[in-house]
Design a protein around this ligand. Structure first.
Ligand code: G
Ligand code: G
Ligand code: MN
Ligand code: NA
Length: 252
């Protein structure tokens, strides 16, 4: 069996999982949300990572069904966590999903069915998306923004970094600083880079999330640089949904 045909039946049979990595407000230490990360274990191939099966799904024309499956599952689970302080859900979305004309309307449908409020959902997109300035992508992003869904720019700083998209796409809500930058902290030069990003983000009214925080020195450094939110193994790894339920019940 090929990875594509196994993936197709896994989607049909609900045979995937979603792990959730907590995101924290660095000042209060409170968990403000979670990032959904797709997980897949197959009987023949063992654990297959999303860095392998997401591109495979894109090549096989399965990213639509896979993306819809992840959104439906994650919104369903996140709706159950809204018993106290809000728990925001962030879902990674492939550029190919945003090229599908029905993406925004089908997401509206998913929110309605699952009961998750639109302002508790955010989608994480990558810089490569800005390169494809197609009308379908633009219409979807505008529609999501109108619905109150947050839009986060993931892996910020790697690839074709250009500040130009901040003015071209005024719909962004947050920037996620790529973990390669966080890994270099707390040197003077890397702090200068983070401070510059925070200053640009402030000017555009964007939140800043530091990713891949693995040491207290990196976390302290992010706080010093004015970064508002952080995510990483130091605070929490991606967790099964039951562990998030327990965290929420204990007050985050
Ligand atoms: O969880 P992990 O570090 O293994 O993720 C590897 C990569 O796969 C990351 O870039 C992450 O954004 C991506 N990824 C994880 N889950 C999904 C998903 O549901 N959809 C998309 N498009 N990408 C995902
Ligand atoms: O590309 P994206 O930012 O969506 O990738 C998220 C991935 O980063 C997740 O799959 C998660 O497993 C991984 N990740 C999260 N925190 C850390 C960390 O502290 N260190 C490392 N090396 N990877 C992390
Ligand atoms: Mn991400
Ligand atoms: Na990222």
């Amino acid at each position: 069996l090929t990875i594509a045909s196994e993936l197709r039946s896994a989607i049909e049979n609900d045979d995937l999982d979603v792990a959730y990595q907590p995101v924290f407000d660095v000042r209060s230490g409170r968990m403000t949300g979670v990032e959904a990360l797709a997980r897949w274990t197959t009987s023949s191939l063992g654990v297959v990572g999303p860095d392998e099966f997401v591109p495979a799904a894109e090549r096989a024309g399965l990213i639509g069904p896979l993306g819809s499956w992840v959104l439906r599952r994650a919104c369903t689970e996140a709706a159950r966590w809204q018993t106290g302080d809000p728990v925001e859900l962030r879902v990674n979305v492939s550029p190919l999903q945003l090229r599908q004309r029905t993406f925004a309307s089908s997401l509206a449908d998913t929110l309605e069915r699952t009961g998750l409020a639109p302002d508790l959902l955010g989608i994480e997109i990558t810089e490569t998306l800005w390169l494809e300035d197609t009308s379908a992508v633009k219409n979807n992003l505008d529609e999501l923004h109108r619905m109150g869904i947050k839009i986060l720019l993931d892996d910020f700083g790697v690839g074709h970094s250009s500040l130009d998209y901040l003015t071209r796409f005024p719909i962004l809500d947050a920037i996620k600083i790529d973990r390669s930058f966080v890994a270099d902290l707390p040197t003077e030069q890397s702090e200068a880079v983070i401070r510059a990003v925070v200053s640009v983000a402030d000017a555009f009214g964007l939140d800043v999330v530091g990713e891949g925080v693995e040491t207290t020195a990196q976390l302290d450094s992010l706080v010093r640089c004015g970064c508002g939110y952080a995510q990483g193994y130091l605070m929490a790894r991606p967790l099964p949904p039951g562990d998030v339920t327990a965290l929420v019940a204990s007050g985050g």
